[in-house]
Design a protein around this ligand. Structure first.
Ligand SMILES: Cc1cc2nc3c(=O)[nH]c(=O)nc-3n(C[C@H](O)[C@H](O)[C@H](O)COP(=O)(O)OP(=O)(O)OC[C@H]3O[C@@H](n4cnc5c(N)ncnc54)[C@H](O)[C@@H]3O)c2cc1C
Length: 461
């Protein structure tokens, strides 16, 4: 049967755009649909605008530190409107870049929400198209729990467009989006309450790093409301200020509540059942190692599959799919040793296993740590420390985990991730000459393993 397209992609975000462009480059006739803005979460309301806000908020610390280096500045003031609008302009520019990328690759864009009608038919805004193969790349969306007053809360989606900067903000959640926005609003001058159910932020990351980040958030003036759950949000005549009611009758007041408690895959209402595509218990599209769903001609990549929800992973999955199905170059996405970062202030970055995972999976390990005051703050006196950790498998001497909490951790760990991916040993690290004076040289000068057992604050949850 002749189809309109060889490939139709639902969702023009990181994974969908990459897959469609590569498939078209391999000669496929490709269509794609998008119901919001081409570029997806990362470009429009995720990584990119978030990182720009992080840059904006960091100037506050730079101004403070400048004095010890001899600079005299008039007390700096900040315009949220300028930052917000400049970020929006950059997002518009990138949206245009993505539109041109699709056009240049010969991918036909259909604006509108896509829905599967059967295994080969997609409906987009009343129009029907057919395709031999289909890729679902619809991403995920923030979830706000069903509590009274949830309609007053915003999510990261709205945080980029606030009419004004709140004087006080309560950010709910302990994951990376919550701590990143806590740092942003804190740097821009808001009073920040970080409300989390657990005793520490960033569950799933290395325990010592979690503690280091948690302590630095506290140190920077953020109020850490740990082991707390919100019962309801009460507005004043339908608007701010809000009274946040917590479990056990506690309450506090704030001007804005932002939920960052999790994201759910966009797998509902897109006709998966009509095409025989099954979801897992968590509602994510179930896929095999080739990103193939339970339907033979339908694949899914990115956040909608809830594997590792990061842009470079969605790109890798989309690229592998396109090369495999249209390029005659079969390859599977490799989810091992994916580096990642949390753009809190200072940053956390890591690659490989946490200490807790390494102990569980590998048995005997050697752990090297270093904690120090960065040179930059020796003059300014800023109470900020850097923490670094290497985890080495004892039997093979391989470095299986690299972790860092400190300035520029993400930039540094990106380079070290190549070494880990290449199977570098601790001996390779030791044989590497440092660049002096840097924080990074510490990674090649850690000579003495920590005496076991580790002084872990709390067993992995
Ligand atoms: C605040 C925030 C910060 C983040 N920061 C980082 C970071 O620093 N680094 C990092 O690696 N990752 C980060 N992420 C995660 C990253 O954005 C995602 O992992 C990535 O965008 C996933 O790509 P995707 O292709 O799966 O989905 P998306 O990029 O979300 O794209 C899905 C697209 O599909 C569209 N869509 C959905 N349903 C339909 C439909 N039925 N029909 C048509 N179109 C549809 C959506 O509008 C969207 O454009 C962040 C996410 C958030 C929310």
């Amino acid at each position: 049967m002749a189809y309109d397209y060889d490939l139709f992609v639902i969702g023009a975000g990181s994974g969908g755009v990459r897959a469609s462009r590569i498939a078209a480059g391999h000669g496929a006739r490709v269509g794609i649909c998008e119901d919001f803005r081409v570029g997806g979460t990362c470009v429009i309301r995720g990584c990119v605008p978030k990182k720009l806000l992080v840059y904006g908020s960091k100037f506050a610390h730079e101004f403070e530190d400048a004095a010890a280096y001899g600079w005299t500045l008039a007390p700096p003031t900040h315009s949220w409107a300028t930052l917000r609008d400049n970020v929006a302009k950059e997002v518009d520019r990138l949206n245009g870049v993505y539109l041109r990328l699709l056009e240049g690759a010969g991918v036909k864009l259909h604006m509108g929400r896509g829905r599967l009608m059967d295994r080969h038919t997609i409906e987009i805004a009343g129009q029907t198209v057919t395709a031999d193969k289909i890729l679902v790349a619809t991403g995920g969306a923030p979830v706000v729990p069903e509590i009274p007053g949830r309609e007053f809360a915003i999510t990261s989606n709205e945080a980029f467009h606030l009419p004004e900067l709140p004087k006080r903000i309560a950010i709910v959640g302990g994951g990376y989006i919550a701590v990143e926005f806590a740092g942003i609003f804190n740097g821009l001058g808001a009073e920040v309450d970080l409300v989390l159910r657990r005793d520490r932020v960033l569950r799933g990351f290395d325990e010592e790093c979690r503690t280091a980040v948690h302590d630095s958030l506290k140190q920077s003036g953020i109020t850490m409301r740990t082991e707390m759950q919100i019962q309801r949000i009460q507005a004043t005549n339908g608007k701010a200020p809000f009274t946040v009611h917590t479990q056990l009758g506690g309450m506090f007041e704030t001007d804005l509540v932002m939920y960052a408690t999790g994201r759910a895959p966009n797998a509902n209402g897109i006709g998966l059942d009509k095409a025989g595509v099954q979801v897992d218990k968590a509602g994510a599209i179930a896929v095999d190692e080739w990103s193939k769903t339970t339907a033979d001609n339908i694949w899914a990549v990115g956040d909608v599959t809830d594997r590792i929800n990061l842009t470079p992973v969605a790109l890798m999955e989309g690229h592998c799919f396109a090369d495999t199905e249209f390029g005659g170059k079969p390859r599977k996405a490799d989810h091992r040793d994916v580096p990642s970062a949390v753009f809190c202030q200072p940053e956390l970055a890591n690659v490989g296993l946490t200490e807790e995972e390494a102990r569980m999976r590998l048995g005997e390990i050697r752990v090297f740590t270093s904690a120090f005051k960065p040179m930059k703050y020796t003059l300014s006196g800023r109470q900020q420390r850097t923490f670094m950790k290497l985890i080495v498998e004892a039997a093979t001497d391989k470095v299986v985990g690299v972790h860092m909490v400190g300035d520029d951790a993400a930039e540094l760990v990106q380079g070290l991730a190549i070494a880990v991916k290449a199977g570098a040993t601790k001996a390779h690290f030791d044989a590497t000459v440092g660049i002096h004076p840097t924080a990074g040289e510490e990674f090649v000068t850690m000579r003495t393993a920590r005496v076991e057992p580790a002084p872990s604050r709390k067993a992995a949850e």
